[in-house]
Ligand binder design. Structure first.
Ligand code: AMP
Ligand code: MG
Length: 496
């Protein structure tokens, strides 16, 4: 393979029956220009950055040219959106170019989002405004840097065309990578049609692709359900641990692979309040921060229901297995969350004492309107020898609320009883408590500069800064600070 060759596609979804997708080429755009490519990700995928930045690369990333081996399709799915059943959704503005095998031997989807109308576009224009493309790029890459399973952003382009929303906006296309785009809603689509054969074909595909161990189990589809539930429980625990609010936890936005997808009206919390909602469309607060864990279970119950006809030959046994798997979610989630939170606080975890310390801390933070990220970061700094950090500190602009004093004594007493040295403990905590997160006001600032002034520098700087979320240097203080009153962004929009 020459240095400049296009990706080597190895497609498996197109070998599934025709009713799983529609053949759909991207719709060409007038004057595409490259905004950014993700060099580290390209290397991981074995895609040549020379090719990505070549004239042909740009045409492919813009949907103007089809690379050799690419078999572009739009996939069909259904889903519950804000609790309401929609029997047919599907990729309305995304085209799956094909699959590639990364240098890790894993299979990845390469998708263009904003690539034009498809048979599933309904009333939509098939396009994406530049703003949401930049938002997804920034936040998905920030999540990856925080070790959260997520879709990735390989490239972003501007199309040279306008898209009409509340006002005309520049159009963009994101090249999205994830280990597959198969959703709970994909299963729901076939289950909704009573097409049990398709449910089984899809389940077999998913087992081979994501959960090969389930294939060895006595009841492979029960094992599949349990495995998906385990991954989702762990994923949502990671969101909670970081103060991340997804914003649109619909079943069509829930990947079977357990990766985060669809960075629409998402946000990291600044001040900690459990009922925080950012999404402008989530008027009832269905997807508020505190509701994410139970909504995860609600979504997975729909997966269980879709799989019901294939779980067991005996109907009662199938229902029982499904119910058990769904019930198990609560304990799986709690164990994952308790473990992550305990480690955030330098505690061993898994006991009542650390859980109640976490609960108590969160209660105090809510009352004090404390910044979620910086509170934990400051605790990490104070976990070191003599309660100090050797190096730059966020104390320059953030200090723990006074009301935490009694809690701090308890926490100190607890960590003192555990074996690790203060230096070790601090190192562990600094690595688990980021200082740089994709704060809404920074994302908004980057989008405004790009849209209003054609200035992409703030976007590039933000992406670069968020790549090392735990390495703090005071020269980058402005990326770590909470928003001022004037900078605060109360609402985020999905931009569809
Ligand atoms: P989302 O809110 O991004 O998860 O999208 C929900 C559904 O609407 C999906 O089926 C999308 O493909 C579709 N959709 C969103 N925006 C557009 C658009 N501009 N044109 C066509 N379909 C869209
Ligand atoms: Mg979606």
């Amino acid at each position: 393979m020459s240095q400049h060759s296009s990706p080597q596609f190895d497609n498996s979804y197109t070998s599934l029956p025709e009713r799983f997708y529609a053949h759909q080429k991207p719709t060409p755009v007038r004057a595409p220009e490259l905004i950014r490519i993700n060099q580290a990700l390209a290397a991981q995928l074995g895609i040549s950055t020379e090719w990505l930045t070549s004239a042909q690369g740009l045409q492919v990333l813009a949907g103007n040219e089809i690379a050799p081996g690419s078999e572009p399709i739009a996939t069909v799915y259904a889903g519950h959106q804000f609790g309401n059943w929609n029997p047919q959704l599907g990729d309305g503005r995304a085209v799956l170019l094909g699959e590639i095998i990364g240098t890790d031997g894993q299979r990845y989807d390469m998708q263009l989002k904003g690539a034009g109308r498809t048979p599933f576009a309904r009333g939509g224009d098939g396009r994406a405004p530049l703003g949401p493309v930049l938002r997804e790029y920034v936040v998905s890459e920030a999540m990856a840097a925080l070790d959260v399973p997520t879709s990735r952003s390989l490239a972003a382009v501007v199309t040279g065309e306008q898209v009409m929303r509340d006002r005309p906006q520049p159009g963009g296309i994101l090249t999205r990578i994830c280990s597959s785009h198969i959703r709970i809603g994909t299963f729901q689509y076939f289950a909704g049609l009573g097409d049990t054969e398709a449910v089984r074909i899809l389940a077999d595909h998913v087992i081979a692709r994501h959960y090969p161990e389930a294939g060895e189990a006595d009841r492979p589809y029960v094992a599949l359900l349990q495995a998906v539930i385990g991954r989702q429980a762990r994923l949502i625990a990671q969101w909670q641990q970081l103060g991340f609010i997804h914003g649109v936890m619909n079943t069509d936005n829930t990947l079977i692979s357990g990766e985060t997808i669809d960075y629409g009206p998402c946000a990291f919390m600044d001040e900690y309040h459990p009922h925080t909602v950012f999404s402008s469309i989530d008027t009832a607060g269905r997807y508020a921060f505190v509701n994410q864990p139970p909504i995860g279970q609600w979504n997975l119950a729909w997966l269980a229901r879709a799989l019901l006809p294939i779980l067991d030959t005996d109907e009662d046994a199938a229902v029982q297995a499904a119910q058990q798997a769904i019930d198990d979610y609560v304990a799986l989630y709690q164990a994952a969350y308790d473990d992550l939170m305990a480690r955030k606080l330098g505690l061993r975890g898994g006991d009542e004492e650390s859980s109640s310390l976490v609960e108590e801390l969160l209660g105090l933070m809510a009352t004090a309107n404390a910044d979620y990220t910086l509170t934990f970061r400051r605790l990490a700094e104070r976990a070191g020898p003599q309660g100090k950090i050797d190096g730059d500190s966020v104390a320059d602009f953030f200090e723990l609320p006074d009301s935490l004093a009694p809690w701090l004594s308890k926490w100190h007493a607890t960590v003192e009883r555990q074996k690790t040295s203060p230096a070790e403990r601090q190192q562990q905590m600094l690595a688990l408590n980021p200082v740089f997160i994709a704060r809404n006001h920074l994302v908004e600032e980057a989008i405004r500069a790009a849209e209003d002034e054609g200035d992409l520098r703030p976007f590039h700087d933000l992406v670069d800064r968020l790549a090392a979320p735990c390495d703090y240097q005071s020269q980058d203080g402005r990326y770590a600070m909470p928003p001022t009153l004037g900078q605060r962004v109360r609402n985020t929009f999905c931009g569809t």
